[in-house]
Ligand binder design. Sequence first.
Ligand code: 5GP
Ligand code: SF4
Ligand code: MG
Length: 455
Amino acid sequence: CGIFGIFGHPEAANLTYLGLYALQHRGQESCGIVSSDGRSLSAHKSMGLVADVFGNQEIFRSLPGPAAIGHVRYSTTGDSVYKNVQPIMVDYSRGSIAVAHNGNLVNAQIIKDELEAWGSIFQTTMDTEIIIHLLATSKQNSLEDRIVDALSRVKGAYCLLFLTETRMVAARDPHGFRPLCLGKLGDSWVVASESCALDLIEAEFIREIEPGEIVVIDKNGLTSLSPLKKVEPAPCIFEFVYFARPDSYIFGQNVYEVRKEFGRQLAREHHVEADIVIPVPDSGVPAALGYAQEAGLPFELGLIRNHYVGRTFIEPQQSIRHFGVKIKLNPVRDILKDKRVVVIDDSIVRGTTSRKIVKMVRNAGAKEVHVRISSPPTSYPCYYGIDTPTRKELISSSHTIEEIRKYITADSLGYLSEEGLLQSVGTGSTPYCKACFSGSYPIKFPKLAAAPQLD
Ligand code: 5GP
Ligand code: SF4
Ligand code: MG
């Protein structure tokens, strides 16, 4: 998911719309904006893309006020249905509050069972709603203390934006799984999942919000708190591999540069005699450039992408995904004919995409097709906010690289090594989360919520 918020700007809802537009790649199922005019909150949200949901100028008249938060969603917990569209907005004893969440809580079920035993009634099937209940039932007085109270109970990945009548609060979990940055536009503060959203509205990038940091913004300015127990950070390395936009700056680095380095390292690890290097667009482009440069081979666009199709992976049904590759990509025959082709993609999940692409490239006349993947085999599911499928569906959890090569019908297949991945990210001491590759999870699972997919 992606989140965006702005405080202290007369066009808050409009700018939030633009911010969400820039973050659309982080979620395409649904989106929403909640604004505050200082006295009450207003919301507009729906299933669909940002441009469709907010396609009508009239909508912005119903979102008045100088503060707004917004959300683009793709579901990790909770179904893809209307009641689960964020931000969630509620009225409780202290007024109104809205929340937008990027991440995934691992002890949600335990807390939910507890709260329900005490009489709470949940309106959604999202883990995010738990935070609202904890906050509303907290014995603390101030908003900050209630938020701290709620956050000290939940475990997992979260970047959160809260909006009340008079305040906006941003919070990042102590592991810092997901990115979150702080910017300024004139006198107003901006918070966004990725810096590409700041660029679009011409806000200045100030800094990233730190793991475990809570930032409170109101008419008196910004206050930073770090009340949560410190743990070893675990920013998600997969944000660099696939999820974030290449023009963004996250976890201290530019995503494009890191991706290109993945490609260079991949070329060093898996050399092959070939004529051209082609990316699987868009996710494979920077790595393919890096590979081509390092290998001294021409980089070509051998597959052309239809830009009106979303990320195939995010389509919720296997039948649609099946079609997806063809809807999305078409080969350029003149480029591929009689060539030994290196095809670069960022990851293999189920293997469906690669298999179709290899066929497509071969049918277009390629003599040899060598697949190179700019991350290690994805063998384990993510429980921290990326929607990887269950272990069973992950082809590399049950197949060797040679078996996968056969399945996708490539002449050769090479994955970036775990060491190569870490070396390319190269910030030395930052311990990244790479659980989907290594299986070593930074947050263990509470017994009750024991990850059922793990076997
Ligand atoms: P497959 O067909 O192997 O299941 O999917 C692989 C493709 O899915 C790659 O091209 C990759 O870019 C894309 N992809 C889209 N979303 C995700 C995601 O959330 N996780 C992973 N690992 N790959 C994704
Ligand atoms: Fe990111 Fe993978 Fe860790 Fe999930 S398991 S947070 S996708 S590195
Ligand atoms: Mg892709």
